[in-house]
Design a protein around this ligand. Structure first.
Ligand code: BT5
Length: 270
């Protein structure tokens, strides 16, 4: 009797243990894929559960803002993660997701994008994608839902967003299949999440983010953080992904939450 192909089997098992296993739940319409993913996580969903919808009726941005999510116009996606690394590094999940979107749009749509700290994916200063990571308490421990909205077409976006928003279709002149973009996104997220979990993961994610963003270093910006406004020039990221901004009197401020606008040397928005 021959021996079972132990080496081959072990290799297979290792691959499955190592990589995040994803499962996709699809919906025609949801209030918000982030809310549905959070509900699933509270009900015990495993890490890697993804929720997608063809439309969102109450799509959410940061700080109770709205994410406009018309039917069949975008990819509305959320993934449940249960990170086992220290919570201080969890803000890096937003940066990781931004790198994943950048890679997915480059790979699947040949679209080069910029990342505005921390969570906007831009093409020519207009937003093509937003990311919202939310942490929630579940019976299996604290989890993170990472939500990603990508505009595939701008046709149904309201008039008032036309100045600040764009879409993959406008930026490339082509329509891409929802499934093609979804597959590229999931592949990139799995790969980068595995990277982030390694001991050198935080440095790698910050390096990869910085390579894809014009906002990390040397950008003139205005940052609005609650009631404070900081004007200055960006000076790289902290280990947890916070943005360093050098003010005009030479002080380094560390921004952990806030809205960043690129400005011209005369102080006006660029
Ligand atoms: C974000 O917030 O950019 C996070 C957006 C996350 C959306 C995804 S979709 C799947 C998942 N489920 C959810 O419910 N949410 C996530 P913030 O940085 O706060 O930006 C919100 C602002 O972007 C709004 O106030 C508008 O100015 C603008 N905006 C709204 N809808 C947009 C769109 N479709 N395209 C571009 N800009 C938009």
């Amino acid at each position: 009797m021959g021996l079972p192909p132990l080496f081959g089997m072990q290799e297979d098992v290792t691959v499955h243990l190592k990589n995040l296993q994803t499962q996709i739940l699809r919906f025609e319409s949801l209030p918000s894929t982030n809310l549905e993913a959070a509900r699933q996580a509270i009900n015990g969903a495993a890490e890697g559960l993804c929720v997608v919808a063809n439309e969102q009726t109450s799509g959410r941005g940061r700080l109770e803002r709205q994410w406009v999510s018309p039917k069949d116009a975008g990819l509305y996606f959320s993934i449940v993660l249960r990170p086992q690394f220290e919570q201080g590094a969890w803000p890096l999940l937003t940066l990781m997701a931004a790198v994943a979107v950048s890679d997915a749009l480059r790979g699947a749509c040949m679209l080069e994008t910029d990342i505005k700290w921390p969570n906007d994916i831009l093409v020519g200063e207009k937003k093509v994608c937003g990311i919202l990571a939310e942490s929630i308490e579940t019976p299996l421990g604290r989890a993170v839902v990472v939500g990603i909205g990508i505009n595939l077409t701008s046709q149904s976006l309201p008039e008032e967003l036309q100045l600040e928003a764009t879409s993959v279709e406008i930026a490339t002149g082509r329509r891409f299949e929802f499934e093609v973009v979804l597959n590229a996104l999931v592949e990139a997220l799995v790969r980068l999440y595995e990277t982030l979990k390694q001991s050198a993961g935080p440095e790698t994610i910050i390096r990869e983010w910085s390579a894809r963003s014009s906002y990390g270093e040397g950008k003139l910006v205005r940052v609005i953080e609650s009631n404070t406004t900081i004007n200055g020039i960006t000076r790289g990221l902290e280990r947890d992904g916070a943005l360093r901004v050098e003010t005009y009197d030479g002080e380094i401020k560390v921004v952990r939450a806030g809205d960043v606008t690129s400005v011209r040397p005369d102080g006006n928005p660029s």
